[in-house]
Design a protein. Structure first.
Length: 237
């Protein structure tokens, strides 16, 4: 059994499951439909690629909430070419960091996904187009089961935020475990086809895991990640 770990972080994220009409909500953790959609974009799949979708749906997903972020509400005004404008209310998660694990017995599939996320075919988003991810996105493959991989990985929260965060991190593990509260989630992708999008239910267990804060709070450098990315691109060129 192997697990691919990815880090989902960015200024804004939005993981909707119950968005209707002018109100676009977000869940507090990444949804399976959102993560599978991100994987399909990285692979270069089209929305009607049901074969790949079914294969990715078999991945067992887990989420560790390393930095919960804050809920942000935005009023968005749209002006169509014809007719009057209208206002929508959109919710986002600001400054959140999640460690997502994808477990499978098919190590080859996980290796393919790891490579695709590092060099994606289509742009990647954290739920909505306005939410690009920050780096690093891929943490790597781990030769262990989902829960063990999530529990062993170092804390991904920003060092300067750790003193203010709870070190009992929330875990959301797909499936019914012996310990924890079970949730019924309607975020399993059945079809991404625009003509007939369909989502099914899955069960997940919510529990917590105590983690030690490594190191002390550091000065926050908001431009450090941007400089690292510029250096990486410069080296490639």
């Amino acid at each position: 059994m192997s697990t691919l770990l990815i880090r989902l972080a960015g200024p804004l994220q939005a993981w909707g499951t119950e968005s209707k009409f002018e109100t676009r909500r977000t869940e507090r953790e990444p949804t399976k439909s959102g993560v599978v959609g991100l994987l399909m974009a990285a692979l270069g799949c089209r929305r009607d690629d049901e074969q790949t979708l079914q294969r990715l749906d078999k991945l067992r997903m887990g989420v560790r909430v390393d930095q919960p972020g804050t809920l942000l509400r935005d009023f968005h005004t749209a002006h169509p070419h014809q007719g009057t404008g209208y206002t929508t209310t959109r919710f986002y998660l600001a400054d959140a960091v999640f460690l997502v694990g994808l477990e499978s017995e098919d190590a080859g599939l996980l290796e393919t996904l790891e490579a695709a996320l590092q060099t994606p075919v289509f742009p990647l988003f954290l739920g909505r187009r306005a939410c690009p991810p920050t780096l690093p996105l891929v943490i790597g493959l781990r030769a262990s089961d989902l829960q063990t991989a999530l529990q062993r990985e170092p804390w991904q929260a920003a060092p300067w935020r750790r003193p203010k965060l709870d070190t009992h991190l929330k875990l959301v593990l797909e499936g019914v475990e012996t310990n924890g509260a079970v949730r019924r989630l309607r975020d399993r992708p059945v079809s991404f086809d625009i003509a007939h999008r369909e989502f099914g239910y899955r069960y997940a267990t919510v529990c917590s895991w105590a983690i030690e804060a490594n190191g002390t709070a550091a000065d926050h450098d908001a431009m450090a990640e941007l400089r690292e990315e510029e250096e990486r691109v410069s080296e490639q060129n």
